[in-house]
Design a protein around this ligand. Structure first.
Ligand SMILES: C[S@@+](CC[C@H](N)C(=O)[O-])C[C@H]1O[C@@H](n2cnc3c(N)ncnc32)[C@H](O)[C@@H]1O
Ligand code: SF4
Length: 471
């Protein structure tokens, strides 16, 4: 069964249930290449420092993207795969914030002050778990150590859980410097909400959106998850219609990644209540159709945006990139992440902080950047990262562009990959010619699988146990 969905743009998406079912397998989400599985502990804080200092030598000062991980949540959602600390004790935030300040101080010493912070993001967990005073202190401290943009031209965003936010606080957040918000919704159906322990009314969600608009926030993004217990096509369609009525600028609909061995809290999920593969696929199909008919552009992998949103504009201008928060504008920024488990992407290296708060604390208290592990990309990794990013963000690569940039003969270098792609070409997922490789309307929903062809590490990795399903 094929369903042609004409978008308002000049692109098309074709949903082929047969091909999606056939290609569905576990695979990376390519928020980085190589993926975090390849990071190793030989890469330490000393390597991180050397690498960071080197990036100051660029002839033009390279802008920064700052991310803060605030892991606390007062209740647990059973599906959650984020790195969080569940506690009702607000006092726990204080010592953690003190550690973050110290890390921030160490990090700021590595980057020249002429490198402006074009993007800033507070994620979690629940960033609003901390008090307004603590938020002000964190922002002031950041401002005194990094060159934040003071003219509202930066993309400064915060993740809000509507259950932990008050519409009255939106003006405070706006004054603090935030101009974008992202809200977790997941599903409005009360039955689904009960089964995942996240009771959140439409009213409390909408009141935050309304307040954000009144306060002049430039973008509102909502997160949903499909594949949760007790969901079906009809119920999720109702949620989606309610979400569309709220007119967010961006909508992310994640496929529920159920990996209870890795995320222990998911053992609370009753597996018998999970929708089966056919229902999940039907929900997915309906999501795409509904959102595109409502005027949203399919950005790629779970992400939709209004045509006038920066994400859609960045895609049109070929400036879209992917990072640990998903799709992002400004691919040229070095990403500095602060807090437990945060992953920085600086120059040709990735570096991940300790997951565990005690390890993080020991390192920071010893005045050592809390790098647990990392990865230095070699020239082959950099080339493959470029190819994968182009494919996942722009659905095409131009061979001459890659040959000029990396001084290679593409058909020779990627001989095996081209052979593998030819099989996908027979299924009409890609077209290959002398100019380049283009992912077809049918292949766009399987872009992740096409990228996997260029991932040399997948041949060495136990894919099934390491990654979630592609759909
Ligand atoms: C980093 S979390 C934090 C969001 C915020 N704490 C909230 O719940 O409102 C960001 C998003 O990840 C998604 N997410 C969390 N666990 C997931 C899972 N197991 N599978 C798919 N998406 C998931 C949810 O949509 C969530 O809103
Ligand atoms: S989904 Fe958000 S609020 Fe729920 S446990 Fe995860 S991080 Fe916390």
């Amino acid at each position: 069964m094929q369903d042609m969905i004409n978008t308002q743009m000049d692109t098309e998406l074709i949903f082929s249930a047969e091909l999606i079912s056939r290609y569905e397998k576990s695979g990376p989400r390519y928020t980085s290449y190589p993926t975090a599985i390849q990071f190793n502990e030989e890469f330490n804080s000393k390597n991180y420092i050397e690498n960071a200092l080197r990036t100051n030598e660029n002839p033009l000062p390279q802008a920064l993207s700052l991310y803060f991980h605030l892991p606390f949540c007062s209740t647990v959602c059973y599906y959650c795969a984020c790195n969080k600390i569940i506690t009702n004790n607000r006092r726990h935030a204080k010592p953690y914030l003190e550690l973050m300040f110290r890390e921030l101080e160490m990090q700021s010493a590595l980057f020249d002050k002429d490198r402006s912070v074009r993007q800033l993001h507070w994620g979690g967990g629940t960033p609003t778990f901390i008090s307004t005073k603590q938020m002000s202190d964190l922002m002031d401290f950041t401002r005194s150590h990094f060159s934040l943009l003071n003219d509202d031209s930066g993309e400064y965003s915060i993740e809000l859980d509507p259950r932990e936010s008050d519409p009255k606080n939106l003006s405070f957040l706006r004054q603090l410097g935030f101009n974008r918000i992202s809200l977790g919704v997941q599903d409005f159906d009360p039955d689904v909400q009960r089964s995942v322990n996240r009771i959140q009314s439409e009213k409390e969600t909408y009141s935050i959106i309304e307040a954000a608009r009144e306060q002049g926030f430039k973008s509102v993004s909502l997160d949903l998850i499909y594949g949760l217990p007790r969901q079906n096509v009809e119920s999720f369609s109702q949620t989606l219609n309610k979400v569309i009525a709220m007119q967010p600028d961006r909508i992310s609909i994640f496929s529920y990644a159920h990996m209870p061995e890795r995320f222990k809290v998911q053992k609370q999920i009753n597996e018998l209540e999970l929708p089966n593969a056919a229902t999940k696929l039907a929900i997915y199909q309906n999501n795409i159709k509904t959102l595109i008919r409502a005027g949203y552009v399919y950005i790629g992998m779970d992400h939709f945006a209004k045509a006038e949103d920066e994400l859609a504009i960045a895609q049109t201008n070929k400036e879209l990139t992917r990072n640990f928060q998903g799709y992002s504008t400004h691919g040229d920024c070095d990403v500095v992440e602060v807090g437990v488990s945060a992953i920085s992407k600086i120059g040709d290296c990735y570096a991940q902080n300790f997951h565990d708060v005690t390890d993080y604390e020991n390192s920071v208290n010893a005045s050592i950047i809390p790098t647990l592990r990392g990865f230095r990309l070699d020239s082959d990794d950099i080339l493959r990262r470029y190819v994968i990013t182009q494919l996942i963000c722009h659905f095409s690569i131009i061979i001459s562009d890659i040959e000029d940039k990396f001084m290679i003969d593409f058909s020779e270098y990627f001989y095996n990959e081209l052979q593998a792609l030819k099989k996908m070409e027979k299924d009409n997922l890609v077209s290959i010619d002398l100019v380049g490789i283009t992912i077809s309307p049918t292949g766009r929903l399987l872009a992740r699988n096409i990228c996997m062809v260029f991932d040399k590490y997948l041949r060495q990795t136990a894919v099934e146990s390491s990654f979630s399903k592609t759909i």
